[in-house]
Design a protein around this ligand. Sequence first.
Ligand SMILES: [Zn+2]
Length: 223
Amino acid sequence: MTRVLWCLEGASAATLAQPARLEQGLRLHVEHTQLITVLMQIDGQQQAYLSAAECEGCAYSRCVPGCYVELLRRLLGACFATGTLRAVAGGLATRPYRRAVLAWPTAKAAPLASVPLAPWPEARLIVHWRGKHRQISSAALLAVGADGPDPALALRAAGWQTWALPGALGPKLANSASPPALPFQRAATHAPALLWPQPAAAFHSGHNPDAVSAGCDHTTTLF
Ligand SMILES: [Zn+2]
C-alpha cells in the first residue's frame, strides 16, 4: 500500500466534539498502520494534512472494507462537528525552509500540537506515528524559514530531544512533496494526536491579519 496525502478540513479544537473517542480511534489506527500528520504555516495561515496508507479504491471513492483512510474519515466524522478528509492531487508546496530539526519524545514530552508555529512566517511541523506490538512510537520534524527563533528551543521546551539537521538536508527532507517517514522513533509518552490549525488568537506575526481559513492551498496544485 502506498501512502497518500489528505487535507484535513474542518477539524480544530473548536469543532472537536468527542476527544476521548478520537484518542481511542487514533491509537487503534496507529497500532495497525503508520500515520503522518502535518501542520503547515505560511505567513498567518495554517493548514493541516495527514498521510495514510490508501487502498486500491481510495482514488475512485470506492474504498475496500477495512481501508485505513476510510476508517479515519469515519472517525473524523464521528468526532468532529465538521471534520473530513479531502484528497490532495499534488504534493505539499516547496517552501523556503532554512533550518530543520528532528525530534524524539522524552519521558516528559508534551504533545507537539501545543507548540505554537506563530513565531515563524514559514513553518512545517511533521509528526510521524508508528505502532508495533501495541507500543506506539513517534518522531517529529520542524522546518522553518530564515526568520524567527531557533526551532530546537521550542521543541526542547515541549520536552522533546532534538537534533538539528546539517545544511540543506533538513529543508530538503521537509520539502518532500509527500511527508517523509521520520527515523529514530522513540516510545510515545502521550496518545497519538492530529495536528490542526492553532487558534488565531495565538498568532503574533500579523503578516496577514485578514487571513481566513487557508483551505488546502499550501499544495503544489495551486502554486
Ligand atoms: Zn480507501
